[in-house]
Design a protein around this ligand. Structure first.
Ligand SMILES: NC(=O)c1ccc[n+]([C@@H]2O[C@H](COP(=O)([O-])OP(=O)(O)OC[C@H]3O[C@@H](n4cnc5c(N)ncnc54)[C@H](OP(=O)(O)O)[C@@H]3O)[C@@H](O)[C@H]2O)c1
Length: 257
């Protein structure tokens, strides 16, 4: 049976790749993002693969936009089976030039943007005693990555929020899944120095891994393992003096450039 799926941030990158993969199984897919032209391109790909697309253009950091978008989904499909909260931004924010504005913008998109969707979708999923919510956090959420304090802490906030919800919603048969990817090629990472992109995957490979994890209802899925092992398991547990040494060495070249 066709699933009713929401993917936020599907105008490019991982979100678009997931939408195309889901379309191959003839699902109904609601896609969000600010750039309507890019969403229409994703919708075309969805329809070409045999899925049904619902384009919802707008800013996820505006609660009234999210409420309106969920209203449209509810009116058309009567609710959602799966929601993949993927929309996000990454803005470099070096500590020496710390900007509260960057911090605000990052949290408004990566954390509050997801929270507005959660507020909209949870009541109907709980009522239906059925639903899957997957949030795209990041391996960057396990440690405070240098030069990326706003991004790292926003992904950490999402990780912890989803963990809490996972326990709260289990009795209502709503699964909450946290996905923490490493580097995936996308518009977000196109600006990165390729020398810093360890074990990078293309968007389609990343999307397929994420979808598999969601289907298996993995509570917390991080990948690829050669990067996940140090980022999620080793670095967070080292004495902080050792972490500082490694992190400072890792950014030395970037600071020189
Ligand atoms: N690529 C990686 O290496 C990597 C690693 C770990 C986690 N992630 C996470 O994966 C998710 C997808 O990123 P990506 O790599 O696929 O990057 P991307 O190609 O830049 O995609 C980001 C998506 O989020 C949407 N978005 C951003 N701000 C938005 C807003 N205010 N309102 C609505 N939509 C918004 C963008 O659409 P519009 O621009 O059209 O609004 C776009 O569709 C992000 O949450 C990212 O943090 C990525």
């Amino acid at each position: 049976m066709a699933l009713r799926i929401l993917i936020t941030g599907a105008s490019s990158g991982i979100g678009r790749a997931m939408a195309v993969e889901f379309a191959k199984e003839k699902n109904k897919i609601a896609i969000t993002g600010r750039r309507e032209d890019k969403l229409r391109e994703t919708a075309e790909q969805i329809e070409k693969e045999g899925g049904e697309a619902l384009v919802l253009a707008g800013d996820t950091s505006e609660p009234q936009t999210v409420a309106r978008h969920y209203g449209e989904i509810y009116e058309k499909w009567g609710g959602l089976d799966w929601a993949i909260l993927n929309a996000g931004i990454s803005l470099r924010n070096p500590g020496t030039k710390f900007s509260a504005e960057i911090y605000k913008k990052t949290f408004e998109t990566n954390v509050l943007g997801a929270a507005y969707w959660l507020e909209a979708i949870i009541p109907d999923m709980v009522k239906a005693k059925n639903g899957v919510i997957a949030g795209i956090s990041s391996l960057a959420g396990f440690v405070g990555l240098p030069q990326s304090g706003a991004y790292s802490s926003s992904k950490s906030a999402l990780l912890i929020l989803l963990e809490s919800l996972r326990v709260d919603l289990a009795a209502s048969n709503v699964s909450v899944i946290t996905i923490c990817p490493g580097f995936i090629k996308s518009e977000m990472t196109d600006k990165n120095d390729p020398r810093d992109m360890f074990f990078v995957l293309d968007a389609q490979t990343g999307a397929r891994k994420i979808i598999q994890a969601i289907k298996k209802k993995k509570r917390l899925f991080y990948f690829p393992w050669p990067l996940a092992l140090p980022m999620a398991c080793i670095l967070p547990n080292l004495p902080r003096v050792a972490y500082d040494f490694i992190a400072r060495r890792a950014i030395k070249r970037r600071l020189k450039d």
